[in-house]
Design a protein around this ligand. Structure first.
Ligand code: PMP
Length: 364
């Protein structure tokens, strides 16, 4: 609508307009309960219906098999950097980390406190613009799991094919924070999938963990109760007070994604949007550049620079004047970044590309 901007932020990020409208209409008095979702007991039948529906819809969206638990937790994906090793391995266990960007690197560093992670591949020397093929990896056969970041939000590199874990348990663990529910995923290929909600599926404050049930129940002795998957699984994510309103919002987003036809349809839209921007960059005769290798460019986060880098601040400023905001790249890499999550409409991408062309014409 007229009074909204196109928000290209990496997260917290844009949410679907109809979801916001629905939440607005239900805010004051949720479905005749006489109160808002924020005021409800998390153990009452109203909220139970909300969290159960959210889980059922997420299971339908991702086709999550019954041998997987779905947990709605707090603490962001960052907390999972610690929870994963604490729950899935012992202090002396080797585990493998594949680092394709700064989030994978943070996960690797955090794991060093709880186990003996081995860095089996890093894209750092190539400024995190690549993803290795399975053949390039030397996995440890005795590793408890292989950890990857499915989509690096800052560097804009995304796995298109997931590596096959060669460890004894075949456990692949993925941080999917920035491409969660943006495309279809074969959940059965993973031991654990985790994601902060605040990019594709809701507000910050909710972290979703999808875990194969046989991996639950072996947490290290020192594991804080709030990080123990077993506690949360046994209590259906209601061990303590969960982020109720955030879970409700995620539920509305899941419903919306199902109404759009599910993740196959959503993926098609995301591919189309990403193609439009990458093509504009590649066809700019070098005025705009994207450093990421073409085959692994993210559908969600598009980093780009200007050949004349001194114009970048001007680009961001002029775009903001035209109601396209949050286009500045992450402080660690500079340049620009357009995050185009599920909720970014095609019109937002088209407007950005038209602006890019106009800006180039004026400054080339
Ligand atoms: N992993 C990825 C891929 C991310 O993009 C982010 C947040 N930008 C995080 C982890 C950290 O998430 P949180 O802020 O929810 O802890």
């Amino acid at each position: 609508s007229q009074d909204r901007v196109f928000n290209f932020a990496a997260g917290p990020a844009i949410l679907p307009e109809n979801v916001l409208r629905k939440a607005e209409s239900e805010l004051y008095n949720w479905r005749g309960s006489g109160m808002s979702v924020m005021e409800m007991s998390h153990r009452g039948k109203e909220f139970l219906s909300i969290i159960q529906m959210a889980e059922a819809d997420l299971r339908a969206l991702l086709g999550i098999p019954s041998e997987y638990a779905v947990l709605f937790l707090q603490g962001g994906a960052t907390t999972q950097f610690a929870a994963v090793p604490l729950n899935i391995c012992k202090p002396d266990d080797p585990v493998d980390y594949l680092v394709t960007g700064s989030w994978g690197d943070k996960a690797f560093k955090e794991a060093q406190k709880f186990c003996k992670p081995k860095l089996i591949w890093s894209g750092k020397s190539e400024k995190y613009t690549k993803i290795p093929s399975s053949g390039e990896l030397e996995q440890s056969p005795d590793a408890r799991y292989l950890h990857i970041c499915a989509n690096e939000t800052i560097h804009g590199v995304e796995f298109k094919n997931y590596p096959t874990p060669e460890n004894q348990n075949g456990n692949l663990v993925a941080d999917m924070s920035s491409n969660f529910c943006s495309k279809t995923v074969d959940v059965s290929k993973f031991g654990v999938i985790y994601a902060g909600a605040q990019k594709n599926v809701g507000p910050s404050g909710v972290t979703i963990v999808i875990i194969r049930k046989d991996l639950i129940g072996n947490a290290q002795r020192l594991t804080p109760v709030m990080l123990d998957y077993k506690i949360h699984a046994e209590n259906n994510s209601l061990y303590n007070t969960p982020p109720c309103f955030g879970i409700y919002m995620c539920g509305l987003v899941f419903e919306d994604l199902l109404e759009q036809g599910g993740l196959k349809e959503v993926e098609k839209k995301n591919k189309k949007k990403a193609d439009i921007i990458y093509n504009a960059i590649d066809e700019s005769n070098g005025f705009y550049r994207c450093p990421v290798e073409k085959s692994v460019r993210s559908l969600m986060n598009v980093p780009f620079t200007l050949e004349k880098s001194e114009l970048e601040a001007e680009f961001v400023k002029e775009a903001a004047k035209e109601k396209m905001v949050q286009l500045k790249g992450h402080r660690s890499v500079g340049g620009m970044r357009a995050s185009i999550y599920n909720a970014m409409p095609l019109a937002g991408v088209e407007k950005l590309v038209a602006f890019m062309k106009d800006f180039q014409a004026r400054h080339a």
